[in-house]
Design a protein around this ligand. Sequence first.
Ligand code: MN
Length: 452
Amino acid sequence: MYSGIQPATQAAIKHEPIIVVGHRNPDNDSISAAIGYARLKNILDPDNSYIPYRLGPLPHESEYVLDRYGIRHPEVLTHIHCRICDVMTPNPLQIPESATMREAAEKLKQHNIRTLVVHDEKGLYRGIIDTTTFANLYLSELDDVDATVQTRFTTLARPVSDFLYSESMVLDCEDILNEAREQVLASTLRQAVVVDDTGRATGIVTRTDLAHTPRRRIILVDHNESSQAVSGIHEAEVVGIVDHHRIGDIQTTTPIQFINLPYGSSASIVALEYQRNGVEIEPKYAAVLLSALLTDTVLLKSPTTTLGDHQIAETLAKAAGLDINTFGRELFEARFAGQDGSVESIVLADSKVFTQGDTNFMISAYETVNTDSILEKEQEIVEFLEGMVKRNGYEFALVLITDIMREGSQFIIAGRTKGVEHSFGISFGDKHSVWVPGILSRKKQVVPRLML
Ligand SMILES: [Mn+2]
């Protein structure tokens, strides 16, 4: 049985699924490790539900593998801020507007609640009736002592539509809590109603519900730096990390299972977790993980590749019934067939921002088998990079055009070049581009030298 450290859940949203997601501008490893790890966690921890997401477009090779094995594409996660649906009380008690005030009063009493949502004959939201409605009615009756009994009788026979508050605040389930809170607290209303796209009330939010911000739970794969993580990460409860990059700046309030190993892919570590937990991996998930291992290690050629990666690749290939070389070739064919070759995609398809001290810099990685065709666009790429440097105040922006056949990278740069030149013993001269043989890995061969 699984004996990993359980996350603290005090402030977490327990009924909500746990999100498993890779970094921004996802590569195949971020997609595949999230899918493979969510699958494993769902097997190990059936009390919770783990759902893989992605933080950007699906890489072509991921699409190829997922479609080949009939696995659903993960959905895009736009942020992990706490939402209205994370704090609302779902399925509020409702009453039709044609019901009498007596029925409304009985329903409030029977369920010991303060608010009823009123809907029309089509089930669409109309307004609310609450205990204050009744209190106000009886207070007004006090002015007319003789008529009290008669008035009350008449009032209770009238439909709720005569009394409902229709000006009550309406929110959307996906509204960000911190923003909605200000609206509600600035009003005099005791609650807001959550209405869906079809006009039906799906929840109710009271002032008390708004008093705290519960944390949504998330597992990070293939990254552990907030600059690469989903928006709102500081509001979330990170309950696990599976990564093979340098230790970044993600902080947690409690101990978590943080697995960081210098393997060639996060997918390799996920595969190890299947082994460690004695879970046999299904063929299609073995194929997904193998695809990420092969793309992240550039067909096991990158210097990030360890002996362990070779062994895991063999194991996964066997489980999936695949030949490593054939599958690897298919993956890169799918990737290169999908490349549109635009300057924007060359620079942005796999770009990461790094922080050192007060400076930020961007490094993009782009793999190809045809560096020459990229170099025809060198001037445009440099102009694009210069724009990014200017807009974002980067120290520099660097694109690595890695030719997996020639086994080296063309460095194309804008901004301050000194640090890069010094770290690699190269010179751009009056150009913005230079070929650096043997450089295949941003993570292992480029980032560490720049972080010294
Ligand atoms: Mn990776």
